[in-house]
Design a protein around this ligand. Structure first.
Ligand SMILES: Cc1cc2nc3c(=O)[nH]c(=O)nc-3n(C[C@H](O)[C@H](O)[C@H](O)COP(=O)(O)OP(=O)(O)OC[C@H]3O[C@@H](n4cnc5c(N)ncnc54)[C@H](O)[C@@H]3O)c2cc1C
Length: 486
C-alpha cells in the first residue's frame, strides 16, 4: 500500500490549485489522481467548435501564473488547456494519469483515508487527508427523452465532441441553449443546416471580444505590473457585476435593458425576437455572452424550434410544440450533472457516503469541509460556483483554506455539525430573495430535491474570501489525540 499525506482527486484547475497551495504551506507529500490520460478537466473534455471561456482570460487563470500571450479577451478552450499543461509542467506537478479513484473510505481505527485506485495504477493509498477536486460541470447529462436511442445517426454530447463526424452540409440538431450551445451554434451554422431546440431562452449580453495584438502581448510579457493592473481591473469589473446577477433592482433593470437592446439590435424579426426573449428574472439562469448567436439565428441559417425536444422517432425529432424535424446528427448541449455529483457515491465517511449525506442537496462548512467526513475537503463543490466572476478565484480561496487548515492541524479535523448547519442557514438566508431561487426559472444552481441553492455562492468573491478568512478552526470539534494513529 502506498502512503501519502494528501491525495488530491482531479487534475483540473481545482486540483492544481490545491497542490500549489499545499506546497506553499510545506505539504509536499501529495499524490494527484486523474482518471483521464491528461490533465485539464473541463478544458480537455470540451473541444466543440467555438469553445472558450466567458470570463476574461487574464482573470481566468492562477494569480501566481499570469500568461501574457492569451490570444484575445476570451481565451479559446485549447489555449486554456495548454495553459494548464504548462502550469503543471512549470510547477512539476505530475499526476497519476489514467488512474481513477474507485472509492475512498475513512478508516476509523487508523484515522486515515483508504483510497482505492484503478486503471494504470491499481491499488490502495493510505492518506491522512483527501481533497476532492473532481469538478462540477464534469459529468455530461444525457436527457431522458423517449426514443433517444432510436436515433440512427451520430449523436454526442458537447463535452464529448466527435471530431470524426463530417458536419459539412449535414442536418444537425442541437438540443439546448445554454453556455455551450451559444458558443457552438454560430460556428456550426457556417457549415451545417442547424435546427436548435430551445426549451427556455437565455439572457444574452454583448461579449465584446477582441484579439490581443502581438504588440500588446509583448507589452504584457515585458511588464508584469501592467498585467497585474489589468487583472485587478477585471476583478473589480467582475465583482461589480454581482449586483445585476443577484437581483439588485436597479442593476438588474439596467442589465436587462442592455440585454434586450442587444437582442433588438441583432434580431430584426419581431416574432423571432419574441421567441428569444426570456420570461424570467435577469440572472436566474447563467447570463450568457455572445455577439454571434443572435446574428446566426437572424440570418436564417439556424432554424429555431422554440420548444423542447419531446420524443425521437429514428431520424425524426418531435418537439413539444408538435413540430417534426429531420436530422442526420444530434448534438446534446444539455449540460452536466451539477447538483448530484457522481463522486459523492464513491466516498464513505464515518457513517455514510457523501451522496447519502447530501441526499437533500450538497451542504458543507466554508463550501469545503463536511461533517462526518474527517480530513476531507471538497473543492468547487457546494456553494462554490459563481455567475459573475472567475471560478478560479474561488478555487484558489478554497485551496488556501485547505492548506492553512491542514498545516495548522493538531489531529483529525472533524467538522462540528452545528458549524455546517449554521453555514447552510447563512447560505439559505442569503439566497432566499435572489433570482436564482425566486426568479421564476429552472437552473442548475438549485437542487431539485430541496429547492435549495447548492451550487452557487450567494455573494461576491470578496465576501467568500472574508468568510474563509474568518474560519479560524472552531468549525472543527475539539481534538483528542490518540497515540499510534498519527
Ligand atoms: C464549456 C465550459 C465552459 C466554462 N467556462 C467557464 C468560464 O468561462 N469561467 C468560469 O469561471 N468557469 C467556466 N466553466 C466552469 C469550469 O468547469 C470551471 O471553471 C473549472 O474549469 C472547473 O475546474 P475543476 O478542476 O473544478 O473541474 P474539472 O475541470 O472538471 O476537473 C475535474 C477533474 O477531475 C477528474 N476526475 C473526476 N472524478 C475523478 C475520479 N473519480 N478519479 C480521478 N479523477 C477524477 C476529471 O477527469 C477532471 O479532469 C466552464 C465549464 C464548461 C463545461
Amino acid at each position: 500500500m502506498t502512503r501519502a499525506e494528501v491525495v488530491v482527486v482531479g487534475g483540473g484547475f481545482a486540483g492544481l490549485a490545491a497542490v500549489m497551495a499545499l506546497r506553499a504551506q510545506g505539504i509536499d507529500d501529495v499524490i494527484v489522481l486523474e482518471r483521464a490520460a491528461s490533465i485539464g478537466g473541463t478544458w480537455r473534455d470540451n473541444t466543440y467548435p467555438g469553445v472558450a471561456c466567458d470570463v476574461p482570460s487574464h482573470l481566468y487563470g492562477f494569480a501566481d501564473h499570469p500568461w501574457p500571450h492569451w490570444s484575445g479577451v476570451f481565451a479559446r478552450g485549447d489555449e486554456i488547456r495548454a495553459y494548464l499543461e504548462r502550469t503543471a509542467a512549470t510547477e512539476r506537478i505530475t499526476p497519476w494519469l489514467c488512474t481513477p479513484m474507485l472509492d475512498a473510505r475513512w478508516d476509523a481505527a487508523a484515522d486515515r483515508w483508504r483510497v482505492r485506485t484503478g486503471g494504470a495504477r491499481p491499488g490502495e493509498i493510505d492518506a491522512a487527508a483527501l481533497v476532492l477536486a473532481c469538478g462540477r460541470l464534469t459529468e455530461p447529462r444525457i436527457p431522458d427523452i423517449p426514443g433517444l436511442e432510436s436515433f440512427p445517426g451520430p449523436m454526442f454530447h458537447t463535452a464529448r465532441w466527435d471530431h470524426g463526424v463530417d458536419l459539412d452540409g449535414a442536418r444537425v440538431a442541437v438540443v439546448g441553449t445554454g453556455a455551450s450551445a451559444v458558443q457552438l451554434v454560430p460556428r456550426l451554422a457556417r457549415r451545417s443546416e442547424v435546427t436548435l431546440f430551445q426549451r427556455t431562452p437565455a439572457w444574452i449580453v454583448p461579449r465584446d471580444d477582441r484579439p490581443y495584438s502581438p504588440d500588446e502581448q509583448d507589452r504584457f510579457a515585458a511588464d508584469p505590473a501592467l498585467l497585474e493592473r489589468l487583472r485587478d481591473e477585471l476583478y473589480a469589473e467582475g465583482e461589480a457585476r454581482y449586483a445585476s446577477r443577484s437581483g439588485d433592482a436597479d442593476a438588474a433593470a439596467a442589465a436587462r435593458a442592455a440585454a434586450l437592446a442587444h437582442l433588438h439590435a441583432q434580431v430584426p424579426d419581431p416574432r423571432l425576437r419574441a421567441e428569444l426573449t426570456p420570461d424570467y428574472a435577469f440572472g436566474c439562469k447563467r447570463v450568457l455572452l455572445s455577439d454571434e448567436f443572435y446574428p446566426a439565428l437572424a440570418s436564417g441559417r439556424v432554424r429555431l424550434e422554440a420548444s423542447a425536444l419531446a420524443t425521437v422517432e429514428g431520424r425524426t425529432l418531435v418537439a413539444a410544440s408538435g413540430a417534426r424535424h429531420e436530422a442526420d446528427v444530434l448534438v446534446l448541449a444539455t449540460g452536466f450533472h451539477s447538483t448530484r455529483q457522481p463522486y459523492a457515491e464513491l466516498v464513505r465517511g464515518e457513517t455514510q457516503t457523501l451522496a447519502a449525506h447530501w441526499s437533500a442537496g450538497m451542504t458543507s462548512f466554508a463550501s469545503t469541509v463536511v461533517a462526518g467526513f474527517p480530513n476531507l475537503f471538497v473543492l468547487d463543490g457546494p456553494n462554490a460556483s459563481l455567475g459573475h466572476n472567475s471560478s478560479v478565484l474561488m478555487m484558489e480561496a478554497q485551496a488556501g483554506y485547505v492548506a492553512r487548515t491542514l498545516a495548522g492541524r493538531a489531529g483529525v479535523l472533524r467538522v462540528d455539525p452545528r458549524a455546517e448547519a449554521a453555514y447552510t442557514a447563512e447560505i439559505d438566508e442569503a439566497a432566499a430573495s435572489t433570482p436564482w431561487v425566486a426568479g421564476g426559472c429552472r437552473n442548475w444552481y438549485v437542487d431539485e430535491r430541496s429547492g435549495r441553492l447548492t451550487l452557487l455562492w450567494p455573494g461576491t468573491v470578496d465576501a467568500f474570501r472574508d468568510r474563509l478568512a474568518k474560519a479560524c478552526g472552531d468549525e472543527f470539534l475539539p481534538v483528542t489525540l490518540e497515540r499510534g494513529k498519527r
